[in-house]
Design a protein. Sequence first.
Length: 154
Amino acid sequence: MLRFETCPVDEEPAASLLQAMRDEIAALYEGLDLDGAQMPKAGPAEMSPPGGTFIVGYEDGAALCCGGFKRLSGEVCEIKRMFVVEAARGRGLARELLVELERRARELGYAVVRLDTGPRQPRSQRMYERAGYVAIENFNANPMASYFGEKRLR
């Protein structure tokens, strides 16, 4: 079982996990810069209190996954930057991470959580759909996303 801790996105180990995610995304989507001007923002300003958070999941002291959410409106947040290190994939850690992010969003008073994923990440989309996310219209103008999902938390 994972142990989750809050960690600012620009501090370790979150910063290293996010760099690994950026590298993977850049390879999947031919040089895409997640922090580019056309992309939805998901940095320290967005994924910090009071409206957001960022967490790292640990197992036996090793940081294996990360993710966070940011406020979109009073009752709606968006999950961003979910990542599991390659060596730990296939064990359900992403699902544990998603459940923890949803729990923390609910604790902050969010009623709805949204997310997106791209066309070269079909396993992510399947996981989201199995977790109860339903397809919605493009809500964040992400030019690379092909799936936009939403789930009611209460």
